[in-house]
Design a protein around this ligand. Structure first.
Ligand code: ATP
Length: 313
């Protein structure tokens, strides 16, 4: 196995009864990357991550972490790996500090390391304020921060997360994103794979994408490559008064514009082509007499994602 890929999945297959949920899947997660693991509902993401963390067995194929096959030697493969894959259950009568101490004991850390790691992690997951309160009183967002915290115990080199912000309110999602961003910025030896449906979150955090559908790999590459691969950009044009149908039509008639529609007080347009097409578009918009005062590019990952999923059937 390549030392550049702490996670390597080869020809993975999982059948539930006669149904194939993961179908000859190959996935390589590059060292020190943050990889967004994407795909529609039922694509097979959780199944893959559960096999990778040895919560379920594969029907066939191999899944390596740090060069060790999880299907053959799960204990060794999962040493130095932090996971949040199924909704974690914690003892409600323990505090965050006691919970992390308990996790430290289970993974065989000594008392001194447990103390220093607990201090470090409670700060990282912004739990110092509640370190001595019982988990039973915590919100879902707070429990999820503890879940991330337990995954960080003993400084793992690989972290596997299944929809870390799922079910959190906007504030909880933003807090979780900030924790993950800090993790990315502070660590120089950390490989993360996280499944998510929140594409702007993935754009924000990840530098690699692996996209699956019907249990098969569609594409895995750098975010920058994937974002450009649709050849289309979604842009928002801010106009000083509510856009009229005529204004939207005028935008739609511009060169390289595939479509334009009113969206609230803005006009959203899809522009096709390379950077020079965009340069021309920006010039054309400013010379159009529609009171445009701002143009911004939207999340390209969504445009590409929708195109690739549609093509993959
Ligand atoms: P989501 O984004 O909705 O969480 P997912 O990509 O994680 O979806 P999986 O949960 O891996 O998808 O499910 C893949 C397919 O396998 C789905 O069709 C699902 O219904 C099916 N499946 C998952 N677990 C089981 C199970 N225990 N028994 C039978 N079928 C299952």
């Amino acid at each position: 196995m390549s030392s550049d890929n702490p996670i390597e999945i080869v020809g993975l297959r999982k059948e539930y009864g006669g149904f194939v949920a993961v179908d000859n899947l190959n996935l390589s997660v590059k060292k020190n990357s943050f990889t967004g693991f994407l795909g529609p509902n039922g694509a097979g993401k959780s199944t893959t991550l559960k096999i990778l963390t040895h919560l379920i067995n594969a029907s066939s194929g191999e899944a390596y972490i740090n060069g060790i096959d999880v299907t053959k030697d799960p204990k060794a493969a999962l040493t130095n790996v932090g996971t949040v894959v199924e909704t974690p259950e914690f003892y409600p009568y323990l505090t965050p500090r006691e919970t992390l101490r308990y996790v430290g004991q289970i993974i065989g850390m000594n008392t001194e390391s447990i103390k220093s790691e607990t201090d470090r992690i409670l700060e990282k997951v912004k739990m110092l304020e509640w370190e001595d309160k019982k988990l039973g009183t915590f919100s879902k967002g707070m429990r999820q921060r503890i879940a991330i915290g337990q995954a960080l115990m003993n400084g793992p080199s690989v972290i596997i997360l299944d929809e870390p912000t799922s079910g959190l309110d906007p504030r909880g999602q933003a807090e979780m994103r900030e924790i993950m961003k800090n993790l990315r910025n502070d660590s120089n030896n950390l490989t993360v794979i996280m499944s998510s449906h929140v594409l702007h979150e993935v754009s924000d955090l990840c530098d690699r994408i692996a996209l699956i559908n019907h249990g098969k790999m569609i594409i895995q590459d750098d975010m920058s490559v994937i974002e450009k691969s649709s050849g289309k950009r979604r842009v928002t044009i801010k106009v000083e008064s509510t856009p009229s149908p005529l204004m939207t039509h005028m935008v739609e008639q511009l060169d390289n514009v595939v479509s334009a529609e009113r969206y609230g007080n803005d006009i959203e347009a899809v522009v096709e082509g390379d950077i020079s097409a965009c340069v021309k578009f920006f010039k054309d918009i400013s010379s159009l007499n529609i009171g445009a005062y701002g143009v911004s590019e939207e999340d390209n990952l969504e445009t590409t994602y929708l195109k690739l999923i549609k093509e993959s059937g």
